[in-house]
Design a protein around this ligand. Structure first.
Ligand SMILES: Cc1ncc(COP(=O)(O)O)c(C=O)c1O
Length: 359
C-alpha cells in the first residue's frame, strides 16, 4: 500500500500551513526514545560507505542477527525493511489461498492483491478484546497455504501466547505461517514469546523489523528467518544490494554490541509502561474513549460518541497526527490509534483528545 499508512506529516503540515517539523506524529508506531545514541555517530563515521557497493546479500548483517538470536545464518535473509518480504512472500511461496488474522496491518492483504490473490480474513472482534479464537482460526487455516499473523498485532496491540501459533504449526504442517514480530521487542519478556528460536518447525517464517524498536524506518531494514525450504524460495527472489550501505553498517554495529541491546529494550519497555499507565489513568476522565487492552506502546481506542475523522481533524488542529483506523479491514470509523511519546507530548495529546471528545 503506497498510501493509507500512518505518518503523513507532510500532508497535515501543508493543510495547516506550518513546517513539517512542527507536527507531532503520534500515528507512526516508533520507539518514543528515538534511535540508540550510537547510531548517529556510526552514520557520521561511515558516511564514506555510500561511495561503494555494499555486500550484495548483506551477509554481515545476517550474521549479526543470527549470532544475537543464536540461529543458523543460512535460515535468515536481510531485507529492505520487512515490507520487501511481505510483498514478496505470496509470489515466492506461490500462494493461492491466503488467510490473514485481522483486523491487522493492511499490507499483508495489499501484498496478496498485488499478486492477484484475494485473501480470506478471520476477524477478531472488539467485544472479545480482539483476541482470536484458536479453533475458528484453525478451521480456516486448514484451507490455506499461507497464513499471516501479526504478534503483537498492529493496530490492536493484542499479544498471542506462543502456544496459539505452535498449535497451528503442528496441526497444519503443510501451511506456511508467517508471524510478524516487528513490535515484539517492545513487550516485556518478549524473548519468551518470540518464535525466532522456535527451532524445528518446517512451516514457520518470522518477520523482524528493525524500523520500530530502533526508530530507524528511513534506513529500511528488517529480517526474515525460519524454515530453510521456504527461506530458499524467498532467497530466489532477492536482488543484489537490496539493503543499502549505511543501513548495513548501522545494523552490523548494533549486533556487534549485543551488550547494549538488552538495556535499550529494557529502558524502552519501562518508559512505555510508565507512559501508558499515566495515559490510561488520565483518559478515565474523558468520556467516550475506550482503549483496547494491548501490549504495545501504541493504543487502539474505540470512540463511543464520535467518528474518527472529525476527532483526528480536531486533534490535527493542535498539530498532532493520530491514526484514523477506518481503513483497516475489520475496524470501522469508530477507531483511532496513537503511539505514546514523552510525558509532555502525551499531556498535549490528552488535552487535545479531551477537547475533541467534548465537541
Ligand atoms: C506490523 C508491521 N509489519 C511490518 C511493517 C513494515 O515495516 P518495515 O518495512 O519498516 O520493516 C509495519 C510498518 O508499519 C508494520 O506495522
Amino acid at each position: 500500500m503506497i498510501i493509507g499508512h500512518g505518518g503523513n506529516k507532510t500532508a497535515l503540515a501543508k493543510q495547516l500551513g506550518c513546517h513539517v517539523d512542527e507536527i507531532i506524529d503520534m500515528s507512526a508506531n516508533l520507539n518514543p526514545l528515538g534511535p540508540p545514541e550510537r547510531i548517529k555517530t556510526v552514520i557520521q563515521n561511515n558516511i564514506s560507505a555510500i561511495g561503494h557497493l555494499p555486500e550484495p546479500d548483506a551477509w554481515s548483517m545476517v550474521q549479526g542477527f543470527s549470532r544475537y538470536h543464536d540461529i543458523d545464518p543460512e535460515t535468515v535473509i536481510a531485507g529492505n525493511g520487512t515490507t520487501w518480504f511481505i510483498y514478496t512472500l505470496p509470489l515466492a511461496l506461490q500462494a493461492q489461498n491466503v488467510l490473514i488474522l485481522g483486523p491487522t496491518y493492511s499490507d499483508y492483504a495489499d501484498a496478496c492483491r498485488m499478486h492477484h490473490i484475494e485473501p480470506k480474513f478471520w476477524i477478531a472482534d472488539f467485544e472479545n478484546g480482539f483476541v482470536p479464537d484458536l479453533e475458528a482460526v484453525s478451521k480456516m487455516a486448514a484451507h490455506a497455504d499461507l497464513v499471516f499473523i501479526c504478534n503483537p498485532n498492529n493496530p490492536t496491540g493484542v499479544l498471542l501466547d506462543p502456544a496459539f501459533v505452535t498449535t497451528l504449526l503442528q496441526r497444519h504442517p503443510r501451511v506456511c505461517f508467517v508471524v510478524d514480530e516487528s513490535y515484539l521487542p517492545f513487550v516485556d519478556h518478549s524473548e519468551d514469546v518470540s518464535l525466532i528460536q522456535a527451532g524445528p518447525f518446517p512451516n514457520l517464517l518470522v518477520l523482524s523489523s528493525m524500523s520500530k524498536i530502533f526508530a530507524i524506518p528511513g534506513l529500511r531494514t528488517g529480517f526474515l528467518s525460519g524454515a530453510p525450504d521456504w527461506i530458499e524460495k524467498v532467497r530466489d527472489f532477492s536482488q543484489p544490494w537490496h539493503v543499502n550501505a549505511l543501513a548495513q553498517v548501522v545494523i552490523q554495529d548494533i549486533f556487534d554490541h549485543p551488550e547494549q541491546i538488552a538495556p535499550f529494550y529494557e529502558t524502552t519497555r519501562a518508559f512505555i509502561a510508565r507512559e501508558k499507565q499515566w495515559f490510561l489513568q488520565k483518559q478515565e476522565n474523558f468520556s467516550g474513549l475506550v482503549p483496547v487492552p494491548g501490549h504495545t506502546g501504541f493504543i487502539l481506542a474505540r470512540l463511543e460518541n464520535h467518528t474518527a475523522l472529525p476527532v483526528c481533524e480536531r486533534v490535527g488542529q493542535d498539530r498532532i497526527l493520530i491514526r484514523d483506523c477506518g481503513n483497516f479491514h475489520g475496524l470501522n470509523q469508530r477507531f483511532v490509534r496513537f503511539s505514546l511519546k514523552d510525558r509532555a507530548t502525551n499531556m498535549k495529546l490528552a488535552d487535545s483528545l479531551a477537547k475533541a471528545l467534548t465537541q
